[in-house]
Design a protein around this ligand. Structure first.
Ligand code: MRU
Length: 369
């Protein structure tokens, strides 16, 4: 990526998603993440099937942003007069693992139905769904800022020497958030504090969210970063070059098991072997207390073509079978801390995790043991 390219991006921040109301009718505009970093192209969704397609193809992706997109999707259906319950059902199951998607859909659909129950007509009920989507969007931005602050405090406590060399996996920045993201927002806070010496970016096979998206975000924010193939992480740990791992989450079960992009679990095992903190950063909207444990989390299986082909070109003999889970599960015992907007859980215990997720729980900040 040349300097000129980076400078152009830095001058032209494009939000991952926005609601617009042109004269032809409301639309949801998405930055097409499948085209990054080569081009910033926007997708305009005028209906729910277009949004579902964008979710399935990962044009819009990442747990918190999927929640926001799902909520706006329900609002879009309501405002344009489509069947809201059908829309909510299709959206909620477009991708099964990231719990935020179903959560965002449910919030907007509940707001719509609550308004109808209160005597609103469908137009006012649609406005209520849209207001709920906007509220979720704003809450996610606030949560992101709080996680960045708490995550940086945790790094300062765990690594008092400063000059962090942090490894991250997949993409967890502004592209997945109403704000600056989850794990990458913590790295960015460290960078702004002058304490990030190096961000190690796993390329994240097979769809390269690290190489394409995290490197794009690191470049435009001026972080010192280095890209590595996922299978180079072991030797990097062995060389003592990784001080901490910072990753996001797509669903956190009640027992503290974390579903995140496939390749996260091997990093947790490496981190434990090398005595390196393994830190998960996610908003409480990613915690699903209704899923008891990691085994109960549905892991999305994606097409084998994502493994047997690269940019449409075959990299394996025709007919090769591929194993392509989109996520893996890291048990709580391998996780040093979970950082949420409400506080940090460390060690990760079911009780402390549940306490962070209860709006009435006192002493959110003191959960860290
Ligand atoms: O399949 P994706 O690209 O939607 O993957 C999800 C993710 O972005 C990661 O697993 C991430 O760490 C959690 S979302 C901040």
């Amino acid at each position: 990526m040349g300097d000129q390219f980076v400078e152009t991006l830095a001058n032209d921040p494009t939000p991952a998603l926005r609601w617009e109301e042109p004269p032809e009718g409301p639309v949801l505009v998405l930055l097409d993440q499948t085209r990054l970093p080569a081009e910033e192209v926007e997708l305009v969704c005028t209906d729910v099937p277009a949004l579902v397609e964008a979710i399935r193809t990962l044009a819009v992706r990442g747990a918190p942003l999927l929640g926001i997109a799902g909520a706006y999707g329900v609002a879009l259906a309501a405002v344009r007069g489509y069947d809201v319950d059908d829309a909510a059902e299709t959206l909620a199951y477009a991708r099964p693992t990231a719990v935020n998607l179903a959560y965002g859909v449910r919030r907007a659909a509940d707001a719509y139905h609550a308004a109808l129950t209160d005597g609103a007509d469908t137009e006012r009920a649609a406005a209520a769904a849209l207001a709920e989507a906007r509220a979720l969007h704003a809450e996610d931005a606030e949560a992101s800022a709080a996680m960045a602050r708490r995550g940086l405090e945790l790094l300062t406590e765990l690594l008092p020497g400063g000059g962090y060399q942090v490894l991250t996996h997949c993409n967890t920045g502004a592209l997945v958030s109403g704000g600056e993201g989850t794990a990458l927002a913590v790295a960015l806070a460290a960078h702004r504090a002058g304490e990030l010496r190096r961000l190690w970016v796993d390329e994240t096979r097979p769809l390269l969210q690290g190489a394409r998206l995290t490197a794009y975000e690191a470049a435009r924010t001026g972080m010192a970063y280095t890209l590595l193939t996922d299978n180079a992480a072991g030797s990097l740990f062995a060389a003592g070059e990784v001080h901490a791992v910072l990753i996001g989450a797509d669903r956190i079960a009640a027992d503290g098991s974390v579903a995140n992009k496939v390749g996260s679990y091997p990093l947790a095992v490496l981190a434990r072997y090398h005595n390196v903190p393994f830190i998960v950063v996610a908003p409480t909207t990613t915690v699903d207390l209704g899923t008891p444990d990691g085994v109960s989390i549905e892991v999305e299986q994606r097409s084998g073509h994502e493994v047997t082909e690269s940019a449409g070109n075959p990299v394996a003999p025709l007919g090769t079978q591929a194993y392509n889970p989109a996520f893996d599960i890291t048990p709580a015992g391998l996780i040093t801390a979970i950082v949420t907007e409400n506080g940090v859980v460390s060690p990760v215990t079911p009780g402390d995790l549940a306490a962070l997720c209860s709006p009435r729980a006192p002493g959110h900040d003191q959960v860290m043991g």
